[in-house]
Write a protein that binds this ligand. Sequence first.
Ligand code: FAD
Ligand code: DHB
Length: 391
Amino acid sequence: MRTTVGIIGAGPAGLLLARLLHNAGVDAVVLEGRDRSYVERRQRAGILEQGTTDVLRAAGAGERMDREGLRHDGIELRFAGRRHRVDFPALTGGRSVTVYAQTEVCKDLIALQLKEGGPLLFEAEALAVEGADTDRPRIRFRHEGAEEVLECDYVVGCDGFRGVSRQAVPASLSRVFERTYPFGWLGILADVPPSHDELVYARHDRGFALLSMRSTSVSRLYLQVPAGTDAGSWSDEEIWDELELRLETADDWVLRRGPITQKSVTPMRSFVHEPMRYGRLFLAGDAAHIVPPTGAKGLNLAVGDVVTLARALTHERRTGSADLLDAYSATCLRRVWQAERFSYDMTALLHRAPGATPFEDRLQLARLERLTASRAAETDLAEAYTGFPFG
Ligand code: FAD
Ligand code: DHB
């Protein structure tokens, strides 16, 4: 098999890249290791920056998102029993975010790709990228029990943190910047209308809690838990009790409880692989970088990467100039590091590290106080949360 752009991975990065290339008339083949229903059900991110919704809409993938997505004009910060709303449009000249789950973004892009786009093969696991430093890079993959080769002009690794594409970059050229955290998030989905109409980020002495949603009838909530926690070790009642404690307010706000339909623990990590390109291999999304989820940046960063890459690949096809491809890694990394910084800061602001000292607790509270008292501090948060411009 032969194509212009071989894409490994049908997460948000690979699927959107395929759509953008299709719209620009550039051939691509997508190889996805898992089956369709697995990809469509994997619970992950829920918040789309305005730039992300603009891109999906322009790509012809925004119809259901515009119908079912929930526009959010702010978030609530909760600490010491107090509630403080951050008003995004007022602070950013009109920007907002949209609640629309990653599962739904993937479903929409998969349906479009299968209807209008080039080949998208499920249960096609890439084994290795070969010849990345030549004019004819190849992806070796396994599909329907047989080993096959996809010959490409370019290979794009959109295969997430645990994919194989990053391994094709020689160790001597790779630089990895990494931090792991001593906690993770226990996330639940519950069949109950959200207890607040916007997201609530809560700092509590018992640890962080987040109230989010998937729709007006489904709540998504998270609790900070020690790294390595088994989701099964928490009963449903224990989860609701703990959420209630951490989300408590001094006023009469109440947490609505309902049946928990899904429960899992996400580890937290910051990770950047530089460069994001080696020869004719490009890395995009989680294959190149991971952020802790506190700033809701992971999916949005993946979208930024593939927008930059689609533009560069299209430019090369149309003009023969590799200028934008040559700039890809540096262009993306500028935005990546801003998101790394913001996600780290939000994590540090809201989580209680094991062994945190009373001094550190007070500093955390002082930072939160500052956000409620200074428009400049609040604007900084609002600008970052609603999204940095694509490169
Ligand atoms: P992925 O979505 O990981 O997609 C990679 C795809 O490649 C997968 O479909 C995978 O099956 C496929 N693949 C892997 N290896 C191979 C191979 N060898 N051959 C073929 N295919 C392969 N972000 C938030 O903003 N908020 C959250 O709450 C949040 N929760 C998360 C929870 C978890 C458990 C994880 C892992 C991430 C979470 N994220 C969250 C981050 C966000 O979901 C990711 O940043 C986003 O999915 C990145 O998209 P991607 O396309 O780069 O990678
Ligand atoms: C969700 C996840 C996040 O990481 C976040 O910051 C906000 C919302 C969510 O899954 O809904």
